[in-house]
Design a protein around this ligand. Sequence first.
Ligand code: SAH
Length: 214
Amino acid sequence: MITDSFKHKGLRKSLVEELKSKGITDKKVLEAIGNIPRHIFLDSSLDNIAYQDKALPIGCAQTISQPYTVAFQTQLLELKPNEKVLEIGTGSGYQTSVLCEMGVRVFTIERHKPLYVRAKSVLELMKYKPKCYFGDGYKGLPAYAPFDKIIITCGAETIPGELVSQLKVGGILVVPIGLDSQIMYKITKNKEVELTTQEFGNFKFVPMLQDKES
Ligand code: SAH
């Protein structure tokens, strides 16, 4: 069951104001974050801090991204309704739900089985309809490629070539690159063999790892 109290709604409103004050301008992104009960994606013991602008533990030594980071990455994607979007790192499913709320068709991959199972069931409970996969995000989903947009929610050492090849011409890939801390990159595929790369400051993510864990 989903319990979304007045208190949660109030805290969420304040979070949206905080994100605006930190420079998030995309109205649809702010609206999505204002609509989605983030606490549902977390353990109930974190209920009181679910609307702080912080990354929080979700099990398997992973974290739900900080709301500012979710908003920033989503804003960089420049989403249009019905686009086909691939997310690498389902984690809690929170970023997935923000994408769904923005009216795009979402495919998401997670390498930790318990997180995949939990996120899938929370997303179903919330009536979102992304396609969830348990697997290695480095491989992408060739059967459903090409994608309009790709978002990677874990830190990659280098730009994953296989994922670039699954991006449409004109598409955007948003990926944090780096080992200990990351720089956010927006990569636009101008032509089949031509990429434009823009950098957007420092962030901190859990690492993007090869292969899946059961
Ligand atoms: N979008 C998530 C963020 C979770 S943290 C959320 O909103 O909660 C990043 C996630 O990426 C972790 O769950 C981690 O297990 C996953 N991950 C890391 N490497 C991966 C890979 N190669 N393929 C799929 N998922 C991966």
